[in-house]
Design a protein around this ligand. Structure first.
Ligand SMILES: Cc1ncc(COP(=O)(O)O)c(C=O)c1O
Length: 403
């Protein structure tokens, strides 16, 4: 795809009431700010239309159930899957834990192998370690290329029929590197492994399509997609979900309960025990409508252009070292020579620029990069060239202060 280098604002800043004038919010990879339509949907949900779902026979509850299931249909359309393949979870973390416990925990045996990469978020490392330890499976780690992408040539050489699952970030939350997800899926399937993609940083930044990616599981968090916290999605191929036992028991996930034996509902209900985050789901629906209204191709082009402009401006500062490839999606990690990233972030904050500093829940990646932490600027639909100017001015101030 040709990227139009256009860093003009998408003209949506006024949709975001929590971004005051003059504040450069550059921490969207951690969580995005919320547009008015999402805030309104949540307010309306609690203030006008609220009731439980899947339980009440009264009209209000039937309407709320309809809205809840309409959101599931909307997510399915957004991802290019079927509604019965969409499981509502608390976020990407819960989605990965669910697959680790319910799929890997029941389909893997001692000696089987799981393949991860060096750049994974802890959410896509620790759940696999927990299940691997329990069943005696082994974990292998794909290294990075020189330009800090997941090295798919190395992955091709590492994969064996003992690998049953590959779990990779679609976009790195630290480096912004974009995975060639289809090639990764083809490689995994070539040895009979399933592939899970952690789409947390991809879904807000590019159009995704489950059929085109040919993945088996895909997870993302609503709060990074301009939606509420506490809601996320696990998409899984229906036949895989159908062959998985639930990992939480309770209301809604059952077919029939007796003390002698309980049978479970089909997916996705089987994995949604208890009263769900009803208004979270409603807010997520509004968020998907919002980003689709702008257009994910436009968002992708805009953020890629911002990254290029930021990298170009930062590379002119002698003290700055950049991480990640030039075509990163929406995220730029960097270091300022001789200054701890926390000090960089604190001084930037004094100039009304909000960035993230730390290990970004990716300690193995920090080790591979040979740093304890990085500073990270990440963009959203509301950012523009003025935010990059504020970032650069802030870093110039950092270098002046630290000499
Ligand atoms: C790539 C990636 N994976 C997983 C997560 C975990 O998301 P959550 O904390 O919303 O479950 C994050 C959040 O930073 C992320 O960036």
């Amino acid at each position: 795809m040709t990227i139009a280098l256009d860093t003009r604002p998408l003209d949506v800043l006024s949709d975001f009431p929590a971004i005051p004038a003059g504040w450069a919010y550059l921490d969207t990879a951690a969580t995005s700010q919320k547009p008015r339509p999402v805030i309104d949907a949540i307010t309306r949900g609690y203030g006008e239309t609220y009731a439980t779902v899947h339980r009440g026979v009264y009209q209000r509850s039937a309407d709320m159930t309809f809205a809840y299931e309409a959101a599931r249909e909307r997510v399915a359309k957004f991802l290019g899957g079927a509604a019965n393949e969409v499981v509502f979870v608390r976020g990407a973390t819960e989605g990965i834990n669910l697959v680790a416990q319910c799929w890997a925990g029941t389909h893997l045996k001692a000696g089987d192998r799981i393949l991860l990469s060096t750049l994974e978020h802890h959410s896509n490392i620790v759940p696999w370690q927990m299940v691997a330890e329990r069943i005696g499976a082994e974990i292998d780690v794909v290294p990075l290329t020189a330009d800090q992408r997941i090295d798919l040539d190395a992955m091709a050489a590492m994969l064996t029929p003992a690998h049953k699952l590959v779990a990779l970030a679609h976009v790195s939350n630290v480096l912004g590197s974009v995975l060639d997800a289809r090639r990764a899926a083809d490689l995994a399937h070539g040895v009979g492994a399933k592939i899970l993609l952690d789409g947390c940083q991809a879904v807000p930044r590019m159009a995704v399509d489950m059929a085109a990616l040919d993945c088996d599981f895909y997870v993302f968090s609503g709060h990074k997609l301009y939606g509420p916290t506490g809601i996320g999605v696990l998409w899984g191929r229906y036949e895989l979900l159908d062959a998985m036992p639930p990992y939480q028991g309770g209301g809604s996930m059952i077919d029939k309960v007796t003390f002698a034996k309980t049978t479970y509902a089909p997916p996705p209900g089987r994995f949604e025990a208890g009263t769900p985050h009803i208004i979270g789901v409603v807010g997520l629906h509004a968020a998907i409508d919002y980003v689709d209204g702008i257009g994910l191709d436009r968002i992708h082009a805009h953020e890629t252009a911002l990254v290029r402009q930021a990298r170009e401006a930062l590379s002119k500062l002698n003290s700055v070292k950049l991480f990640g490839p030039d075509d990163s999606a929406g995220i730029v990690s960097f270091a300022v020579e001789g200054v701890h990233p926390h000090d960089v972030a604190t001084i930037l904050d004094e100039g009304n620029v909000a960035i993230r500093a730390g290990h970004h829940c990716a300690q193995p990646l920090m080790e591979a990069l040979g740093v304890p932490a990085t500073a990270r600027a990440s963009f959203g639909v509301y950012n523009g060239a003025d935010d990059i100017a504020a970032l650069v001015a802030g870093i110039e101030r950092v270098t002046r202060i630290f000499g």
